[in-house]
Design a binder for this molecule. Sequence first.
Ligand code: ADP
Ligand code: ZN
Length: 720
Amino acid sequence: MVSVLTTQPLDRPLDYKAPPGGVADGAFVLVPLGPRLVMGVVWGRGRGGFDLSKARGINAVLPVPPMREEMRDFLEKAGAYTLTPMPAMLRLATRAPGLTDPPSMRKVYRMGEGEPDRMTDARSRVLAVLEEFGGLAFTLKELSEAAGVTSSVIKGLVKQGAVSEENTPRDLPYPTLDPSLPGKALTEAQEAAADDLRAGLRAGSYGTTLLRGITGSGKTEVYLEAVAAALAQGRQALVLLPEIALSAEFLTRVEQRFGAKPAEWHSGVTMTERRRTWKMVAEGGAQLVVGARSALFLPFRDLGLIVVDEEHDSSYKQEDGVLYNARDMAVLRASIAGAQVVLASATPSLESWVNAQAGKYRRVDLKSRFGAAVLPEMKAIDMRAEEVPSGQWISPALRQAVNQRVEAGEQSLLFLNRRGYAPVTLCRACGHQIECPQCDARMVEHRFLKRLMCHQCGENMPVPETCPKCEAEGTLAAVGPGVERLTEEATALFPEARIATLSSDLFSSARALKQAVATIAGGGADIIVGTQLVAKGHNFPALTLVGVIDSDLGLHGSDMRAAEKTFQLMRQVAGRAGRADKPGQALMQTYQPDHPVIRAILSGDEEEFWNAEAESRHQAGMPPFGRMAGIILSAEQADVAMAAGMELARHDGPIRAAGAVVYGPAPAPIARVRGWHRVRMLVKAPKGVALQRAVSDWVAGVRLPKNLRLAIDIDPQSFF
Ligand code: ADP
Ligand code: ZN
């Protein structure tokens, strides 16, 4: 008898009869469940406790490498930490299609024996590519792209035997990365940092290092050396990036360093490629994976290193389904795998900063920018003293600075962290604001798309001609700025300049976005108008000015991380300027130049900012000095959610017994999303408390109505 965990929402693994000859722990199997066959993983010995003669048998053992013990351990610990049921954890670890299919075949192309009857330009390009790559096989698509020819040219060569066509298994290993190729010559400081990271890898055991370095200091160059060390040991490496869609530049850098591209894992990757990556990671045919947070759940055979680049980025926190923070899970996975973690950031999260201060993480600092590049000069533009006409947002001071750059042939970035044209659409006659019918959120006008959109649920509608409330005609007005409106203003102010807008919703695909970023980096725009999309890791060598339109935007609101996030975002954005050999400048428009956060950003004294921020969280018993869990209750009727919250609050015995406190219920800041009413509760506990146990005992002890959804968010990042 063995126990089999499936992805079906059952509360425990089920017992099945092992096939004759037995089956290994971790094996992927097909088992009958009711009338269906489902995929599962053998999860140890059977638990028994029922009539054995009724047990059903395992239907088939699948031809994929069994899940390693380390991975099963990781899933269990991560599930226990995030209070996620195991079937949902297994789903995270099997997110590749066709795992159960037999290996399929495809055609590949290599150099053949024969000679073409006549040589054409196109034909010789194909043969040159095949020659250059020695005996390597190409798919039709790869070969036609590499040679810049149509597939019929290749087919023609096949007919004549000059190119051979063979069937091979579809899921091929990735090209070998060569860690012994020479990297860039590192500066002394970079070399010292790389040595520290290499030393960690040599230890061959778990350890985490916070690699802190201002933007442009060469963090990427340095952690690629750690990757090289892992590969040289024959171990695998995983690099997590926040905005994976933008990794074209990164892939190129990997290729330059190691002679080939790594495997990719993110939402833009095709299903076939996902299956290949999953299998090759398990079999050892992928040495390096570059991916989004879910790559953490890939079945690495021998993981030696995880790099979490821009570790402070809020996109590492999954806010849907399984609520986990990839940064923390990376540390967990590495501690089980005996791997090293490198957390890289110019502006680390307070959690990581505190862990480094406490000696839990090593800390390696890169203090200066590479080469001639210097950190931009940071200055506030005091908006109280500027005259800006209503409906406009670019101050005369900023305008002048942009003009200078345009004349000098340099790039400027106008940064506004708001998508769309205008955040509010208001009727001038009756004062009505157009809201989402499903959510407690205002509809945002997207003028390029000619629609109003809800940023919570995606609901959208054409911009109405008449006010939906008072039916007055032509009275609807856009209020406040979004990037699209800022683009309009910039176009009027700088008629000579070429202006590009970078906002995630303006691109239909990751590829289109990559293309736009590359064009801009190559000098294809004088002014970039962008949201936080641009704050993340692109190199725009000609960019020398960053103008922050509304530095105060993030400072309001109830989020305990508001100060930290504003600080990080402003420093990141400012770091975009002056990366090559020209000095940069960052100008921040603000109505509160004396706000402590704005002052900390301007002074550039980061240690002082972290110290003050840590102190105030310490005082308040907030993470990382205390522990928190969020409870989100949602129901189609507001009173159902609220009543359930009251019921939980009345029965908070397990929470109190653990020394923790429950706050709420209270309507969530966005009280309705997609028609569901949301109520939040917060559990706060001192540091040493077994929070997960207390929360699960508490929730299990209260009978909740069926038409209610409950989500538990351990270490919540935000409170929306
Ligand atoms: P960060 O990741 O800290 O922002 P990068 O590693 O991206 O910094 O480096 C910034 C720029 O400087 C990149 O274009 C990179 O190629 C270049 N660079 C950094 N270090 C070196 C070096 N030792 N030799 C050559 N170029 C370097
Ligand atoms: Zn909505």
